[in-house]
Design a binder for this molecule. Sequence first.
Ligand code: BES
Ligand code: MN
Ligand code: ZN
Length: 499
Amino acid sequence: MEFSTQTTASLHQIKTAALAVGVFSDGLLSPAADVIDHASNGALRAIIKTEFKAKPHTHLVLRDLTGVSAARVILVGLGKQDSYNAAAHAGAELVFANYCANAGLTEGVSALAAIECPNVKLRTRAKATAIAASRALYRYDATFGEKREAAPKLKKIAVWVARNQATEAQHGLREGRAIGNGMNLTRLLGDLPPNVCTPTYLGSTAKALAKEFKNLKAEVLGVKQIEALKMGSFLSVARGSYEPPAFIVLKHSAAGKGSSKKAKAPIVLVGKGITFDAGGISLKPASNMDEMKYDMCGAASVLGTMRAVAELELDRDVIGIVPSCENLPSGRANKPGDIVISMSGQTIEILNTDAEGRLVLCDALTYAERFKPAAVIDIATLTGACVVALGHVNTGLFSTNDELAEGLLQAGREANDTAWRMPMDDAYQEQLRSNFADVANIGGPPAGAVTAACFLSRFTKNYPWAHLDIAGTAWRSGKDKGASGRPVPLLVQYLLNQA
Ligand code: BES
Ligand code: MN
Ligand code: ZN
């Protein structure tokens, strides 16, 4: 996919298969729509009066307008002008990108990013254009006997902006393309079935990324090495399955543009990589259990983010860590009541084998200490309770560090991939008390997402730490079941802001 800018004032003379212009539902035309309206002798205003309400997520195709060189003008509904924001803009871009992809077009021109939007910079709007294109182009086709539909042919999107804004837009497009590519990797890994996307497969993906990008280095540790590291908690989950676990470490080295400065400490991302979560001996109910193939979406978002960071040649060291295994019931699986010894030395009483994510993450969080990180952010489909609390809109953010938390919240707003901060008062820690070990792996029904975060916090005392619970945001269920690619936009934006 190629992205470019178009800066001619004579929008109506641009030759393209499809030109997108925005219209507000209060009848107000965007500046681009106004240009087209004038060039076509008021054709747009006439149509808007009668047959286009300009509601969000709607469009109208106008062909062969007199006075306009574009073969089609796509009117894109923007909703009310006073509620136009980053999400509305991203939605409008997606309408256009989907139109181009589904109509079999090879190129198009979008004038949507030129529309002013309160608190959203042009760079961010251009970024959204590229991200929408990558969404429209994503097709899962890895496991069909017969290909269900032809792949979209869309190759080029140009963004129409004022001449003095072209550079800013190009920066945004470059970032958006990298984020979009990262999201599509994250989507694919999430959507692949659990008998294909195994821990070994995630390890191979990390190695393939390191081959493709010279600034990435991958290391995949197997059982022997994991044992040598004394990751007794992670291994206790892995042991229940025949599928071998993998402990993946993927390192991005700063591009070195600022090599005269002292290198900043790395930022470490830790992703939960449970490639299937049956619950173990605390077996889950059968309905929708297939969706537990998505229990590696934290890992997938780490790999997708590392891909984006590498493509952008980010000037900051970033390390991705993925503890990966399956959580299955078997004769060797964890049992409720088992006590395991984590890499940190803390003992854990396993009261529910389905609270396995924290058991694999805690050892990875201890491992992260060796990098003397500036910050560690873990990303995990950790709790059903987080879905109850926040639904599918916001990712749950938990942190003991206000500065880190604010940075992540801000990045989420900037990237239209929002998170919501949840409390972590010490009082919640009491729910994790065990009569037989240093800590229990569950805290009972109240505040399940919070006590899960509290559990993790016990392994993160030596660096600033934040936890993103993406159980509600990493994929969607139902008819359009599929991975979302979140929170790659939030993470890449945060890293860009730290570089
Ligand atoms: N992977 C699940 C969390 C999950 C559940 C994500 C549903 C998305 C949708 C996690 O391993 C889990 O099973 N958590 C338990 C914790 C409980 C046993 C304390 C849960 O949320 O029920
Ligand atoms: Mn579980
Ligand atoms: Zn799980």
